[in-house]
Design a protein around this ligand. Structure first.
Ligand code: BGC
Ligand code: NOJ
Length: 812
């Protein structure tokens, strides 16, 4: 069953039934001011940091689901309704939600009135705007009462939930005309406030939640709306809100626009006040003035559209299935930008409070957006590298506001350093900008500790070789990519987090075959980079370490039909046919096949066959099989999940592209495509009621074959799945790989494809690349012509900025 449809021309997903199986959300904002918005206008806004600068209060995991948002109540006679259906849930005559590129438009019709709410964050302005359009479609004049509503969070989203003995006494507001200001804690250390404004005179307001709702009412039955009369409440403590009241009469056929602006302002200490206790509103008024007419708002909206046209014009695919095209051209790229902005912090599965920016996560996300915003990718790399330790180890996370490493979780995840190589190489290959390697970057943000970024890459590489275990394989530390395979943890206290509890690494023999494979991939990337820079000695040193790793994998990491996953604390194999459960894991199959370890000996092909046999399912490839059926203290969190969920036998969509890329290494285009289309969201749209989460973005996890409900997905949006699938489809299936000197072309496609066309912007030049597959093969490039000239080899050399080239690729 479907709940809507894709509108590819407008780059929107159109939801036609508000009762989606889970709130289907979108993200607003591109730079500093961000919002989450569901298809019923639920969600919240924040400035930069979802924990420390939360603007709207939100109750996660509440009952009913997704309560709280930017609501508009329309009282038309005795009928009270909302354009987004919720919270009143009054049956609408028509409903439509269009989630587009950083905007959402929700339209509801009731009793002859149509109300359209367009939500977006204008470029360069710290505010969420709602353009509300009301139309009287009937033939009688209509008088309605309109109440806006948002609830303020008292800034720190964590203490806002916990410390209400204090917070119930701190709330403060100011009311000036049609602007309702929220200034809690501004009297002390804060230098910021928020406001909610409408560009029309109001006939009343409320700023106190209890006065607006009534203490025993929910959002669906606010007492002032029911009474049809605001109470003009002024919040002193308790829970401040902002609600405007407007009386509106519309003649038959008349349309009226209103602009609501929820803004955020920071003032320097000496400029905080206008007079004693009265906030300085200069900056707020600037925002208000910039958006005080429908025309100005329309222009800002058009500007946002142009911004996205520009971002999405850098890569477009045509000539394939429309579902693939809409993912590649629109949604996958869009999701990658969302992961850039939010990492893993704020979604309808992540509270925005618990996690900062992941070291590995942010590096991986880079491959998904570096072609769109290279300058911001550059800055991100420097931020990430600045949280590394001098020995190459890394803080596992850092806080976006302070950019400091997060001490609560610390370091010791031994895959982390390699991701810095992965991310930096992706940046240089896309941009050609090797100057980033000379940037002076500190360790652990300590002034005076700066070394070049290249040196950071070296210590990343060395961190692996200085931390090898008894088999010459990388020691795993707290965990590798799989945060839940905690081989050094041994926790029997349910009050401990598997990620933060003290790990017993001393004397540990726990080694990771995932990091081993990753080292072959990223170590080779490091060696190639050194060669490209002319440092052949370092390249040779790196290559010989990589070679040794390959030998160690072949000798100690091969189980007979697949690669082992790890050795545990005591040196016993994990992910082996000799284990009782979880005999095979995906991560090492993915990385070692991507790396091509033992290809000549048939290992790659055998491993891939084993994946097909034991891990593949109709909904994607599961992480491990058979899943653990009981908690095993030696393995940690992985065995804490019931079978088929998350890291224990779930389809962890993030690692499926590793196998997809592995299949392309083996030349199996049909198989790569089969796996890709199984987890690609647009292909799940038909069974949305089972899939549950949005059909336009990747999710982290789909319940596996041993679960109670195979195919049911969770954790949509903020996942490395977005970047990895982008990487897999563009660079390995379509086979257009940015390299140091140009674009390498090596497609690995399903045989039935007749070809495809990609328009690619690369280092300032435009390429139209037409791939023709007349003989229906998967791999093999017979010839490439660049502007009519035949090339030798399969690399299209970099072209002058501003030039346009046509490339014809003929497959064998
Ligand atoms: C989840 C992981 C996550 C980790 C750290 C675990 O419970 O299963 O996916 O990476 O927590 O937050
Ligand atoms: C989610 C985390 O964000 C990511 O870093 C990790 O690799 C996966 N979970 C797998 O555990």
């Amino acid at each position: 069953m479907k709940y809507g449809y894709f509108d590819d021309i407008n780059r929107e997903y159109v939801i036609t039934n508000p009762r989606t199986p889970w709130p289907w959300i979108n993200y607003l904002g591109t730079n500093d001011f961000f919002s989450l918005i569901s298809n019923t206008a639920g969600g919240y806004a924040f400035y930069r940091d979802a924990k420390f600068r939360r603007i709207m209060r939100y109750r996660y995991n509440g009952v009913p689901m997704d309560a709280g948002g930017r609501y508009f109540y329309i009282k038309d006679g005795d009928t009270i309704w909302n354009p987004g259906w919720k919270p009143c849930k009054t049956e609408l005559d028509a409903y439509e939600c269009r989630h587009g590129m950083n905007y959402t438009q929700i339209k509801g019709d009731k009793n002859g009135i149509s109300a359209t709410t367009l939500f977006f964050v204008p470029l360069g302005i710290n505010a969420e705007v709602t353009k509300l359009t009301l139309t009287n479609n009937g033939n009688q004049p209509k008088s309605i009462k309109l109440f806006s509503f948002i609830e303020w969070c008292l800034w720190n989203a964590s203490t806002d939930m916990e410390n209400f003995q204090r917070n119930f006494s701190t709330g403060e507001v100011e009311i000036h005309g049609s602007t309702l200001y929220h200034k809690t804690e501004y009297r002390e250390r804060r230098d910021h406030y928020a406001f909610y404004h409408v560009n029309a005179p109001i006939q009343g307001f409320d700023t106190d939640r209890e006065a607006f709702l009534g203490i025993y009412n929910g959002f669906d039955t606010p007492q002032v709306v029911e009474a049809g009369k605001p109470s003009n409440s002024v919040a002193h403590g308790w829970s401040p809100i902002a609600s405007h009241y407007l009386e509106i009469t519309l003649q038959p056929g008349e349309t009226r626009h209103l602009v609501f602006v929820m803004g955020y302002v920071e003032n320097a200490q000496e400029e905080k006040w206008e007079s004693k206790g009265v906030v300085n509103k200069t900056k707020a008024l600037e925002i208000i003035n910039a958006l005080d007419t429908t025309e100005k708002v329309d222009e800002k909206f058009a500007e946002l559209k142009r911004y996205w046209d520009n971002l999405l014009n850098k890569f477009t695919l045509s000539g394939t299935d429309e579902r693939l095209a809409r993912m590649a051209n629109i949604w996958n790229q869009y999701q990658c930008m969302v992961t850039f902005c939010f990492s893993r912090s704020a979604s309808f599965f992540e509270s925005g409070i618990g996690r900062g920016m992941g070291f590995r996560d942010s590096n991986q996300d880079l491959v998904g957006f570096v072609h769109q915003i290279p300058e911001r990718a550059r800055a991100r790399i420097i931020d990430i590298a600045s949280t590394q330790f001098p020995d190459g180890g890394c803080y596992h996370q850092y806080q976006p506001l302070t950019k400091r490493g997060n001490n609560d979780i610390g370091g010791g995840f031994n895959d982390d350093p390699l991701w810095l190589i992965f991310g930096t190489v992706a940046y240089i290959k896309e941009t050609g900008d090797t100057s980033i390697l000379s940037e002076q970057v500190p360790f652990d943000n300590q002034p005076g500790s700066e070394v070049s970024l290249m040196e950071h890459l070296k210590v990343s590489f060395d961190h692996v070789i200085y931390n090898l275990g008894p088999h010459g394989l990388p020691l795993i530390g707290r965990a590798d990519w799989n945060d839940c395979l905690n081989l050094n943890c041994f926790s029997n206290d349910p009050n401990e987090s598997f990620q933060t509890t003290e790990n017993k690494t001393e004397g540990s023999k726990a080694e990771s075959l995932m990091i081993a494979g990753q080292f072959v991939v990223c170590g080779t990337q490091y060696a190639e980079l050194c060669d490209y820079l002319g440092d052949h000695d370092e390249a040779d040193r790196a290559r010989s370490c990589v070679k040794e790793m390959e030998e160690a994998i072949k000798k100690y990491g091969w189980d007979g039909d697949w690669y082992l996953r790890a050795y545990d604390y005591y040196g016993r194999p994990v992910g082996s046919h000799t284990n009782e459960e979880s005999k095979i894991f995906i991560e090492s199959q993915g990385w070692c096949t991507m790396a091509g370890v033992g290809k000549d000996e048939g290992m790659v092909q055998k491993s891939l066959e084993s994946v097909k046999k034991y891990l593949d399912t109709p909904n994607g490839i599961v992480l491990n099989y058979p899943a653990y059926s009981k908690y095993i203290i030696d393995y940690g969190e992985i065995s804490s999940y019931p079978e088929g969920y998350k890291e224990n036998g779930g389809i962890f969509a993030h690692n499926n592209p590793w196998v997809i890329i592995g299949e392309t290494v083996a030349g199996n285009g049909d198989r790569a495509w089969e796996y890709f289309s199984k987890i690609c969201p647009a292909y799940t749209e038909e069974h949305s009621e089972l899939h549950k989460v949005e059909p336009y973005v990747y999710c982290q996890m789909i319940a596996g074959k041993e679960s109670a409900k195979p195919g049911e997905a969770k954790n949509s949006w903020l996942t490395g799945t977005a970047a990895w699938n982008w990487y897999a489809i563009t660079q390995f299936i379509l086979g257009i790989k940015p390299g140091y000197t140009g674009l390498e072309i090596s497609p690995c496609i399903p045989k039935e494809w007749p070809g495809f066309t990609v328009n690619r912007h690369f280092r300032g030049a435009d390429f139209e690349i037409k791939v023709e597959n007349p003989h229906h093969v998967s791999t093999g490039v017979k010839s490439i012509t660049l502007n009519g000239e035949k090339l030798t080899g399969n690399v299209i050399p970099t072209q002058p900025a501003g030039s346009k080239s046509t490339v014809i690729v003929e497959m064998e």
